[in-house]
Design a protein around this ligand. Structure first.
Ligand code: DAH
Length: 340
């Protein structure tokens, strides 16, 4: 072979040997054997030669082509073998490997708190009663001593439906349904969704409440506070205390607002409790005589207490959640923080 052709072969052999994989080898191969490659240029040159010189040069080019093809084939074989064994290695199944774990879900913080509350009160003998979310005006307001013209109706921005129906604004409606069905002694816990036209960082148009009702002979405000103390200890920690402040609800008399000592600062005063050492947690009171009468229970024989709390509010206080929207956005990164 001509010296210049020898050099091309040498160059090709070096390029092929340097190819890292079969794709690179293909590129290198095309640079020599392709139409636009080095051999292509030689064939072009062949055409320009005088006829007498063509056969000899043509034979040389063909020899070069075969030599190049041979080299390519050798390297190609090597690379294929290497790539195949790498693929087999990569796809090898190790039957002794442990299975892949499925990501486990967690209970929603509202559900967790609801379950905790049920645990506390079920342990004290309360039974769970769930009333309907679509209520009549009577159960949600009138029977709870809140007739149509009562100013306390303005405390709750109600979604009214047709025909005297509404979305219940409070689980207190369950008290009436319970007392109509069952005579004392009653110890009822009523969790559920409630609805109000209200929407900001701490209010949502739909939220959850937990209602409690106890009716029996000789029930007093002390019984209420004793049970709430236990509730506060379980939910907010052993050192928690409660205090009652006078308030007003149409369905209780007297009515109280229940504060729990601040679990963040232990009552010393911090930003969570706005420096007071106390956090308002729920409403409660002694069941109003009129409410008992509305349900056919003699208020001279029986007395009772009731309480109602927002479950989101308890969850937000307990876990330090500052925006109620986080509880309905279903962002897994947020929700999975509430593990056992
Ligand atoms: N229903 C009241 C509310 O939604 C909370 C409440 C207050 C419930 C006092 C009660 C109670 O049972 O006695 O604001």
């Amino acid at each position: 072979m001509d010296k210049s052709l020898q050099e091309i072969l040498q160059e090709a052999a070096e390029k092929f040997a340097a190819a890292a994989d079969s794709h690179a080898l293909y590129e290198a191969k095309m640079a020599f054997l392709g139409k636009m490659g080095r051999l292509g240029a030689l064939y072009k040159k062949l055409k320009e030669l005088p006829e007498s010189e063509r056969p000899a040069f043509g034979a040389q080019i063909n020899e070069l082509r075969r030599a190049i093809e041979e080299r390519v084939a050798v390297i190609e074989g090597m690379l294929h073998a290497r790539e195949l064994s790498a693929r087999l290695e990569g796809e090898r199944v190790d039957v002794t490997m442990p299975g892949r774990r499925r990501r486990q879900g967690t209970l929603h913080p509202v559900t967790r708190v609801k379950n905790m509350l049920i645990d506390v009160f079920a342990g004290m003998g309360f039974e769970v009663f769930e009333g309907p979310e679509i209520e009549t005006d009577y159960y949600n307001f009138t029977a709870l001593n809140t007739p149509a013209d009562h100013p306390a109706r303005d405390m709750q921005d109600t979604f009214y439906l047709a025909d005297g129906l509404l979305l219940r604004t409070q689980t207190s409606a369950g008290q009436i349904r319970m007392m109509e069905q069952k005579k004392p002694p009653i110890k009822m816990l009523s969790p559920g969704r409630v609805f109000r036209s209200d929407d900001d960082a701490t209010h949502s148009p739909m939220f959850h409440q937990m209602e409690g009702l106890v009716v029996d002979k000789d029930i007093t405000l002390c019984d209420l506070q004793g049970m709430l103390d236990e509730f506060a200890r379980v939910i907010f920690g052993k050192e928690s205390k409660t205090r009652l402040r006078p308030s007003y609800f149409p369905f209780t008399e007297p009515s109280v607002e229940v504060d729990v000592s601040c679990h963040a600062c232990g009552g010393k005063g911090c930003s969570l409790c706005k420096g007071t050492g106390w956090i308002e947690v729920l409403g409660a009171g002694m069941v109003n005589r009129r409410v008992l009468e509305n349900c056919g229970i003699d208020p001279d024989v029986y007395s009772g207490f009731a309480f109602g709390m927002g479950i989101e509010r308890i969850a937000m206080l307990k876990y330090g959640i500052n925006n109620i929207k986080l509880l309905t956005e279903n962002d897994v990164r947020f929700l999975e923080q509430f593990k056992d």
